[in-house]
Structures are given as structure tokens and as C-alpha cells.
Design a protein. Structure first.
Length: 123
């Protein structure tokens, strides 16, 4: 049986006054090593009042280059989960090109679509 690396948790401070918290590890991609943060699922009261409507931020993974990290504050799992609840970092939600084009004013949209056959326009 292989030795599993011990799980490590941290609150990470990023340049630009941003923070993120969760399980921290390394991930290599394209020959470069990144810092990987697995942010836990967060459930919170929208108004901040107990019993009110709840919202969920799904668990997600974010990777950063080492140069974007200002500080790593090592902690236990409970502290990282509490910090993640406080930070409430949202995952990146992909948007559809079709929706983005639909919302653009015609005068802004036309130059982007110039040279594209009308059959290929995605809206």
C-alpha cells in the first residue's frame, strides 16, 4: 500500500488583497508546478440571519503560480473551513459566447463578427 501524503490546509493570501482557504497541495501541469487549493463547499444564510434562505457555493479547485502568492498561513482543516466560509470565494463560472454576444450592443457586436458567415453566427 502506497503512503498517501498527509492532507495539509492553509489560508492563502494572494497579491491583489485576495484570500482563499482550503486543502493545499502541488499540481504539475505542462512541466510547471502550481499551488492547488481545493476549496470546500460552503453553505450560508443569504441575509446572515439564522433560518433565512440558504445559498451554496460548490466545492471547487483553483491553481496558482507560486509568484501570485503573498503568504501561506498553515492551519488545521477546521480553521481552513471557517476561513472559507468567511471568504466565500466563488468558482469561475463559464459563460456561453452566445449569451455574451446576445447582450452586446449591435455596434459593438458587428466588428467582432465581421468576416464570419451568417450561418456561423452563434445567436
Amino acid at each position: 500500500m502506497e503512503n498517501q501524503p498527509q492532507k495539509q490546509y492553509a489560508i492563502i493570501e494572494l497579491f491583489g488583497h485576495a484570500r482563499i482557504a482550503g486543502q493545499i497541495s502541488e499540481q504539475t501541469f505542462g512541466g510547471t508546478t502550481f499551488v492547488r487549493i481545493d476549496v470546500p463547499e460552503i453553505t450560508y444564510c443569504v441575509s446572515g440571519q439564522k433560518g433565512d434562505e440558504r445559498a451554496v457555493i460548490p466545492a471547487h479547485t483553483v491553481t496558482f503560480g507560486p509568484g501570485s502568492i503573498y503568504a501561506i498561513n498553515w492551519c488545521d482543516e477546521a480553521a481552513s473551513v471557517l476561513a472559507a466560509h468567511s471568504i466565500r470565494r466563488e468558482p469561475l463560472y463559464l459563460y456561453a459566447l452566445q449569451d455574451a454576444l446576445r447582450r452586446m450592443p449591435e455596434q459593438s457586436r458587428a466588428p467582432i463578427l465581421e468576416g464570419i458567415d451568417s450561418d456561423d453566427i452563434p445567436y
